[in-house]
Design a protein around this ligand. Structure first.
Ligand code: RP5
Length: 162
């Protein structure tokens, strides 16, 4: 079993600029992760192997991002009981609403925790993964509390012109 706790997977290299937001948050919070391109349509055997081995490899959360006909998070959820957080990647044709609906409407029994479309959703996926892991990790809980306090402190009370 490795010490990597989060798997960040995406359907294509083109998803990485979005999913990198999740990776950056995990870096900030000192959470170990790996990144892989795993496509539901183009590399189905890779998807199956990843899902089949996720528990025995010690993964505790999987962040899965995809765009368009975004079957990756749902298919991964069908293959492993490791919690899957879905990130709908913004698309040119339909602005990511296609991705969102593809990920969101899972049938009963195979949940995917679906984030917002795009970069904010990916960052929130990193924070959500950290929050899940922090339930069993006091050091991470402290870092996450501090991260949240820093964000609050960065918000000015009064708007300015520029
Ligand atoms: C999906 O198709 C990927 O998740 C990506 O968002 C989208 C487009 O992929 P590329 O054509 O850029 O490889 O499977």
């Amino acid at each position: 079993m490795s010490d990597i706790r989060v798997g960040i997977i995406m359907g294509s290299q083109s998803d990485w600029p979005t999913l990198r937001e999740a990776a950056q948050l995990l870096d900030e919070l000192k959470v170990s992760y790996e990144t892989r391109i795993v496509s539901a349509h183009r590399t189905p055997d890779r998807l199956w192997d990843y899902g089949r081995s996720a528990v025995e490899r010690g993964l505790q959360v999987i962040i899965a991002g995809a765009g368009g006909a975004a079957h990756l998070p749902g298919m991964m959820a069908s293959k492993t009981r490791v919690p899957v957080i879905g990130v709908p990647v913004q698309t040119k044709a339909l602005s990511g609403v296609d991705s969102l609906y593809s990920i969101l409407q899972m049938p009963r029994g195979y949940p995917v925790a679906t984030m917002a479309i795009g970069a904010a959703g990916a960052a929130n996926a990193g924070l959500m993964a950290a929050g899940i892991l922090a339930l069993q990790d006091a050091g991470l809980a402290q870092r996450l509390d501090q991260w949240r306090a820093d964000l609050t402190a960065s918000i000015p009370e009064v708007p300015c012109d520029d």
